[in-house]
Ligand binder design. Sequence first.
Ligand SMILES: [Zn+2]
Length: 339
Amino acid sequence: MKAACYHAPMDLTCEQTDRPACQPTDVMVKVGACGICGSDLHFYKLGLFSEVLGRPTEKGLVPGHEFGGEVVEVGDQVQGISVGDRVTGIAFGAMAEYVPITPAILGFTVYKLPDEVSFDEAATVEPLSTSYHATRLGEPVDGESAVVFGAGIIGLGIIQSLKALDVKLKNLIVVDVSEKRLEMARQLGATHTVNPRSEDIMVRAREITGEMGILVAPGMTTPAVDLVYDAVGYIKGIQGPPIIQQATELVRDHGRVVVVGAFEGQVSVDLMPFLVKQVRIQGSYGYWPDQVIECIELIRNKKVDRMTLITHAFGLDQAKEAFDTQADSAGSIKVILKP
Ligand SMILES: [Zn+2]
């Protein structure tokens, strides 16, 4: 079968590999579509997280964990899943014609798709679940002001999740360097967008949300941002102070920060604003199984439109082109591979 194989940073080719075996505990999925995740980009560009994100083959590591497809083989120990079921699930190596889900446990590593949810949409369920989990951890409340750093698939999914949860924010400010992504953020419901290449988020946040005092520091003020989502983390070569630093400076007294972006390296942070303003910093990683089911339902009932986020689709033969396109945030939002 064909598979996208990673060899070294920026070196990825389409190869002919052996089709993996379907163990008694597994199901084999014929992949309909597979998305390129932000974490796959860290892997592609720097070789990071390769032991987690790539399925080893004789031709290299096969990435891909955001997929939808059809079950073509079922191990005899697997329960509740049949050949012909349309599914998404948790597995690595889905940038290939076939991927095994091992072990296949319905409602945990395998989720059935309703007919109304396409494989392309299914390839965006995993990142939507990540966004949805992070959104809920922030405990957003009607009337609050929030800032989202990063308008990639996770940040945009946070905007979609806020809408789907029917949270009526007073201000939803989205920060990104890509005008294309900021335009999408506005389309999805951001009330303000800020491009840090031309504007200062600290200044803009005070203008938009106003200012408030700090309990333990009389005379000092802070922007009145209740909640910040960091869907960037740390990207090597990124300009300016770390996002988590900016987040603790932006957020109000007793505000909340949710960190969902991954870190390509260590960052140095001045923690005094965090301390003085008694900020709650919450990490967010992955999602709960019930949330995957909820996200599939949000797509099925059209409360969330994921197709608008898919800007490019490539065959496996153009896997490298697909990764380079995904890495170009000015020109793309979500890139998928269609074996
Ligand atoms: Zn992912």
